[in-house]
Design a protein around this ligand. Sequence first.
Ligand code: NI
Ligand code: MN
Length: 225
Amino acid sequence: MKIKFLGHACFYVEEGDFKALIDPFMTNNPKASATTDEFNDLTHIFVTHGHSDHIGDTISIAKNTNATVITNHEISKYLGAKNVHVHAMHIGGRAKFDFGTVKMTPAHHGSGIETESGIIYGGNPCGFVIEVNGKKLYHAGDTGLTMDMQLLQVENIHVALVPIGGNFTMDVEDAVRAVEFIKPQKVVPIHYGTFPVIETSPEAFKDKVNTAEVIILKPDETLDF
Ligand code: NI
Ligand code: MN
């Protein structure tokens, strides 16, 4: 599986015919390393919650590529009404796809969809455990530290993507504890440095994590596992 960090919480994921984006926030993302027109043969888009720095460019990219958006029920209804292909899931559910399996995991956060006419209810925020060809990736979404993360140990996650920026999500200290709960082989810090309010040190995170290999990706860098 190849994952490419596109800035903030956005990743491109590829394994065989499976070509996906997670939280495709490119327009107005100061750390974006890609533009929406670079993606024309996607199969899937994953959306962890309704906030604009995660739902981002989902509608335009999904319409351009015909990719299926995997997200919670409420956001699926919102996107489906805009003629986007969707697959609705919800917290705790695992689904089989032609590429592998997806489990939707809890996140402690909000999920309102910000529109010009106000905020639309976006259900519960989530994370995803995505398994393709035996490779397991966990994107935590935006979340605070939660005891529920201990349940992820049994998943034997190869790579975990966890927020460390604080203010809206876990900070470095809490993200270190999250890694101890999740027990992934490798961990990539995300959701920091995009805006002044989530400025933090990924090197401090790397120094404090003893239970997994920390890989700091700059936007546009890739990790193969
Ligand atoms: Ni958020
Ligand atoms: Mn966010």
